[in-house]
Design a protein. Structure first.
Length: 416
């Protein structure tokens, strides 16, 4: 950006008086810089939090340079070039890195304009030539506009670049944790994200349910909800990110296990009904987070089948995992549920429905009877009938265990 100052057509006398005002202000440049530093500290909270002496060594010299640049522009043939503005751009980048918000930075430049105008009015030439003061006031306003535009652009460019770099670094680190094949990199980058390499962690996986792509909750909102929901004395989110249609949160267990955070996790699931929420086992050390992700991923299919919005811990699905992965699953089904289903098909006896309700009710006869709307004696008769058909008594511990596992085997000979 190059700003050209047009000739004003003023008389030589008027130009002389303007020149004297410029000389007056230039002579006071150092004291005006000190005054500006004082006002910044008094009126802008964010500047008061800068390190001791920083205002005097950085902010005040920049304010003085700003004044000198503006006074230079009062000459008829002078121009304000990119070189003049570069120092302000550099100071804007420094303010961003120092944590000064853009609102405070622009407040400082407005305060600069008011302070310089106060000094202009103190010039002795103002009494004889007030119009000259107004010309300088217009120049001050114009200068504040130009410099504010330049520092805003530089500040936002720096913020955008740093945010992009930080976001990219966060995504890359999250992928490294999920992959689990870069222990050296994990150890090196953990400190940048305030994560303990030897800490205790579990993974929370929030995945959009099938067929719910066009829904009201975006992945960004989902990510924000996860970050806000999992916090407290039991656990806190150490790192989280969105990956396609899922959000992965690496949660640091401050105290206890995922089971101790169940209420919090269930509330998260209730607030995101369009998503399934699954939780991996507690893992020791960041390099083991990858296995925690696999835990949560394995539990997803069970959460999807259940329409009730609740969090599914890996431990909730452990029996399902055993039933599905066992090389004897087809033998187990053949000796239990397949025989029951065949008996039902032949006699219409409702035995499979009964054993399923009995297992779901925790092996309680009365509750099973209430669900089936029959008498408890009827339930007991059917269970005895199941024992005759299969050779496994559901009223005994071994039979209870076998039927509990068998009912978790998905149908079909090729299911795994």
């Amino acid at each position: 950006m190059e700003v050209t100052v047009e000739p004003t057509g003023a008389s030589p006398v008027e130009d002389s008086q303007i020149s004297e005002m410029v000389d007056f202000l230039m002579a006071k440049a150092d004291s005006i810089g000190v005054l500006l530093a004082k006002r910044y500290r008094e009126e802008i909270v964010e500047y008061r939090s800068l390190p001791e002496g920083f205002i005097e060594q950085d902010v005040a010299p920049t304010a003085r340079h700003n004044l000198e640049t503006m006074l230079l522009g009062l000459s008829h043939d002078a121009t304000i070039t990119n070189e003049h503005l570069d120092r302000f751009r550099e100071s804007a980048v420094r303010r961003f890195r120092q944590g000064v918000p853009i609102q405070a930075l622009l407040h400082a430049y407005r305060l600069w304009g008011h302070t310089v105008w106060d000094q202009v009015q103190m010039a002795p030439q103002v009494a004889d030539y007030p119009e000259g003061a107004l010309r300088i006031a217009g120049k001050i306003m114009q200068h504040v506009d130009y410099v504010s535009a330049a520092v805003t652009e530089a500040y936002l460019d720096e913020a955008s670049g740093m945010i992009h770099d930080r976001e990219k670094g966060r995504r890359d680190f999250l992928e490294a944790l999920i992959a689990g094949n870069q222990p050296g990199r994990i150890a090196t980058h953990a400190k940048h994200f305030n994560l303990k390499v030897d800490g205790s962690y579990f993974v929370v996986l929030v995945r959009r349910r099938p067929g719910r792509q066009n829904t009201s909750i975006s992945m960004r909102v989902c990510l924000e909800t996860v970050q806000k929901s999992i916090s407290g004395t039991q656990a806190k989110v150490g790192l989280a990110g969105a990956r396609d249609e899922e959000v992965v949160a690496i949660v640091e267990a401050i105290r206890g296990t995922p089971l101790d955070s169940r209420d919090q996790l269930d509330r998260l699931a209730s607030s995101l009904p369009e998503f399934s929420v699954t939780v991996g086992r507690l893992r020791e050390g960041l390099p083991s987070v990858a296995q925690g992700y696999v835990d949560a991923q394995n539990a997803t299919s069970f959460a999807v089948l259940n329409k009730t919005p609740r969090a599914y811990l890996f431990s909730d699905t452990l029996l399902d995992q055993i039933a599905r992965s066992s090389p004897f699953r087809h033998d187990l089904a053949g000796d239990t549920t397949d025989l029951i289903a065949a008996c039902d098909a032949k006699r219409g006896s409702g035995l499979l429905e009964t054993i399923r309700a009995y297992v779901d009710c925790g092996f309680k006869l009365v509750q099973t009877a209430e669900i089936l709307r029959v008498q408890p004696n009827t339930v007991k008769y059917r269970l005895n009938r199941i024992a005759q058909v299969t050779g496994h008594d559901p009223l005994q511990v071994q039979g209870m265990t076998l039927f509990t596992l068998a009912l978790r085997i998905p149908p079909g000979p090729d299911s795994a």
